[in-house]
Ligand binder design. Sequence first.
Ligand code: PAF
Length: 281
Amino acid sequence: MHIFHKIEELKNHFSTVSKEETVGMVPTMGALHSGHISLVKKALNENNYVIVSIFVNPTQFNNAEDLEKYPQTLQEDITLLKEASDKIIVFAPSASEIYNSNIKSDSYNFGGLEKVMEGEFRDGHFDGVGTIVEKLLNIGKPDNAYFGEKDYQQLQIIKKLVDIKKIPVNIIGCPIVREESGLAMSSRNARLSAELRNEAAFIYKTLKEAKIKFGTKSALEVSKWVTAQFDKNKLLDLEYFTITNADNLQTIKRKSKNKKYRAFIAVYANDIRLIDNIALN
Ligand code: PAF
């Protein structure tokens, strides 16, 4: 397995790749779990080379404490990746390698996708994501890049980013991987106590019930029902629940035929923020 910390080392490694060979990239912030490994396996199946980047990107955190507490487990991540395949190329740069001394985001206009949900509650988050993903795609120059649908809004924004910036890469969204309880896999789950991890299964359970209700009830009625469920829950605090058009991510007022809808949720378990989403039709 190759592990590179410098941009030049990674670029040199690929200087001899022929035009017929494809490169897949899986950008991550480390603390890898089975959700990441499913992206890596898909990338390995579909490409000659796979780069997994591991970089906790400071510019996408709107909260210094959240950044400080974000799990960093490089050695364990490498062991997990080696088990998946010895062929993987790990790119684990430092913040100064990526940003020099200027740890700042660029600002983007993603046509409104960046203003709702995560964008509303995490100021500047998507400028940070756009900045790092643009940098990583320009460094790794992959043919295909893989992102999980747990961060569905991020996935839509990255598709928009490569469109706006004309980056020649296919952005491939991959299904959410869940723990046995239904809780969406996330690096943040490692910070949950056993009690909270157990309780957090309530999030997906509620989403599944909301999906059933959406078959016969309005978006507003379903949203009120979800809010009432969380009002009764002593361990989880609802930050938002919303039903949107699956393409433009704008909250809907009423349903119309032939449109795709999705429900999104963000919940706090103590200071740990968990997000999830579900396709409604
Ligand atoms: O989804 C993540 O882990 C991060 O937002 C990403 C895409 C690796 C950018 O830092």
